[in-house]
Ligand binder design. Structure first.
Ligand SMILES: C[S@@+](CC[C@H](N)C(=O)[O-])C[C@H]1O[C@@H](n2cnc3c(N)ncnc32)[C@H](O)[C@@H]1O
Length: 194
């Protein structure tokens, strides 16, 4: 089984999806996939879709590799890179049928909010990454961040809110499990591009 972590030959040229996945099929991307419990399981359930996990921490992306290999996943790959950079420079345009962003770092202090991934610019990046009809799925425990997520997508008329499919909502991430166990409320939203 090959290494599931993609090594960039160049950080300025778009990724070749044909090089990354053995089978050309729809692509879904998780930004900040952490230990990849969600993505490894989702990829196992949906072999007819290719999944790319994006994570900046080496120790965590290595777990995607371990979990994916254990499942014999031909449709799962990981990249260690910053999410917004990947969307802006490395992902070919209009290729993803879904972007999953679950429990992105909330940066709760006001002076740090500029570091949030889902900001005013994010819908533009997401729109270019997504194929027509593609969907951004969001989850967070942070009420203020959730308000910001809803505001930035409401401000972009090319996205419409939609319900998260029940089967997807039922598949929990590591952080979500932890929040649930501690009784912390989590929220989710989904936006479909035109
Ligand atoms: C709070 S954890 C959530 C992990 C996982 N999505 C979950 O719900 O269990 C956020 C993850 O995103 C990663 N991360 C944060 N900002 C990132 C960025 N800009 N690009 C790539 N990864 C990022 C962190 O290293 C961390 O693993």
């Amino acid at each position: 089984m090959p290494d599931l972590i993609y090594t960039f030959r160049s950080i300025t040229e778009p990724i070749s999806l044909a090089h990354l996945f053995p089978t050309p099929q729809p692509l879904e991307v998780e930004l900040g996939c952490g230990d990849a419990s969600f993505l490894a399981e989702y990829a196992r359930q949906l072999p007819e879709i290719n999944f790319l996990g994006v994570e900046r921490l080496l120790g965590r992306i290595r777990k995607l590799d371990r979990k994916g290999r254990r499942n014999g996943a031909a449709n799962l790959r990981g990249v260690r890179i910053e999410s917004a950079y990947l969307l802006e420079y490395l992902l070919p345009p209009n290729v993803a049928t879904a972007l999953h962003i679950y429990f992105p770092d909330p940066w709760p202090k006001k002076k740090h909010r500029k570091h949030r991934l889902i900001n005013e610019r994010f819908p533009i990046l997401a729109w270019h990454a997504l194929a027509p009809g593609g969907v951004v799925y969001l989850r967070t425990d942070d009420e203020d961040y959730f308000g910001q997520m809803m505001a930035v997508f409401a401000a972009d008329a090319r996205f419409q809110p939609m319900a998260t499919p029940a089967a997807l909502a039922a598949l929990l991430t590591d952080f979500e499990r932890e929040f649930n166990a501690r009784g912390i409320v989590t929220r989710r939203a989904a936006y479909q591009r035109d």
